[in-house]
Write a protein that binds this ligand. Structure first.
Ligand code: UFG
Length: 344
């Protein structure tokens, strides 16, 4: 079966994707510099699939090391490029770090692809490119809005770099995947989200508050133009998201793509508010999440959810997990993490 390079493969979405790739028989090589992940993730992947993927501790910004890596693992047939920095607030403070990490790594890969005869690349983009869409649910042809952070800008520019490069070189093709909000963890609770320090994202904050690591969750704003006043997002189970990558890779390898660059929304099509997430979490786990309403967080979008029709039809892929099951899996992962910490 084909060899797939997964950059950022020990990260949150990356690790779940490696599991799904290995499950259908792909051989995986992970490149990750462990800047925001742990080497232990490899053991989690091995426990689930029975296979420990090949691993190279390399920063994708390092062209020479990446070149050597392609030499060593020859005949890679596709790349899934997750490796990137993703904290919106940090990107405002350290823009160059973000432009360097997120764009130089992509440029390196695109430069190395023809040298090592790799034709296919999947790029991790984000619904952040739509800003606050004028029409909801948002479709792939909705206008791209000015980015609200250097992080968001790296996703927009990354997409442009891909399109320009691929249209200039007939030997490449790419699938750009625009993620909505991934949450949850693998059903085994062997892998999941491992936030560094105080979580920025809603779900890890919810589970850490529920388990007592944090005193109180802050809900950023209840005066938005939404049914309950809190922001609305399209929360998608990370395993559903991971499966879409497998389909995208298979589509490219079978030459079933309709365009040399295809772009898909990966979401459920359903918007849920912050308060609905808290309420559903409390219902399915029986654990209460103390919270207080505070002011709006700068840069937050009021409401966004996907129109996933194009991905559903073209990829034959649909987000299947219910939000209840997804929240349960996030909770099981948090409990498993606590157990491990106590044992250490
Ligand atoms: N929220 C809270 N309290 C928290 C954390 C979040 O109320 O402690 C709220 C936010 O205000 C927002 C919602 O929960 O309304 C979701 O926030 P997240 O930070 O989990 O997710 P975002 O939608 O802000 O951002 C996510 C990714 C980004 C990406 C963006 C758009 O984390 O990397 O989607 O794609 F850029």
């Amino acid at each position: 079966m084909a060899k797939i390079l997964v950059t950022g493969g020990t990260g949150y979405i990356g690790s779940h994707t490696v599991v799904e790739l290995q499950k259908v028989g792909f051989e995986v090589i992970i490149v990750d510099n462990l800047s925001n992940s742990s080497i232990d993730v490899l053991s989690g992947i091995e426990k689930i699939t029975g296979i420990r993927p090949a691993f190279e501790n390399i920063d994708c910004v390092d062209y020479v090391s990446m070149d050597r890596m392609f030499e060593k693992h020859n005949n890679i047939e596709a790349i899934i490029h997750f490796a990137a920095s993703k904290a919106v607030g940090e990107s405002v403070e350290k823009p160059l770090l973000y432009y360097r990490n997120n764009l130089v790594s992509l440029i390196n890969l695109l430069q190395l692809m023809p040298i090592h005869k790799v034709k296919n690349i999947v790029f991790s983009s984000s619904c952040t490119v739509y800003g606050q869409p004028d029409i909801l649910p948002v479709t792939e042809d909705a206008p791209i809005k000015p980015a609200l952070s250097p992080y968001g800008n790296t996703k927009q520019i990354g997409e442009e770099i891909i399109r320009d490069t691929i249209y200039a070189n007939p030997c490449y093709q790419s699938v750009i995947l625009r993620y909505f909000n991934p949450i949850g963890a693998h059903s085994s609770a062997e892998i999941g989200e491992l936030p560094n320090g105080v979580p920025n994202n809603l779900l890890p904050f919810v589970t850490q508050t529920a388990i007592g690591l944090r005193k109180q969750l802050q809900v950023f704003g209840n005066d938005y133009n939404t049914p309950d006043g809190s922001c609305v997002r399209d929360y998608i189970h990370v395993v559903d998201l991971a499966k879409a990558h497998v389909v995208a890779v298979e589509r490219m390898l079978k030459n079933e793509t309709k365009k040399r660059v295809e772009t898909f929304n990966l979401g459920t099509g359903r918007g849920l508010s912050v308060l609905e997430i808290i309420e559903t979490f409390e219902k399915v786990t029986g654990v209460s999440v103390p919270y207080k309403i505070v002011g709006r967080r700068e840069g937050d979008i009021e409401k966004v959810w996907a129109d996933p029709t194009y991905a559903n039809g073209e990829l034959g892929w649909t987000a299947k997990e219910t939000v209840e099951e997804t929240l349960r899996s996030a909770w099981a992962w948090e409990q498993n993490l606590e157990k491990r910490n106590i044992q250490e």
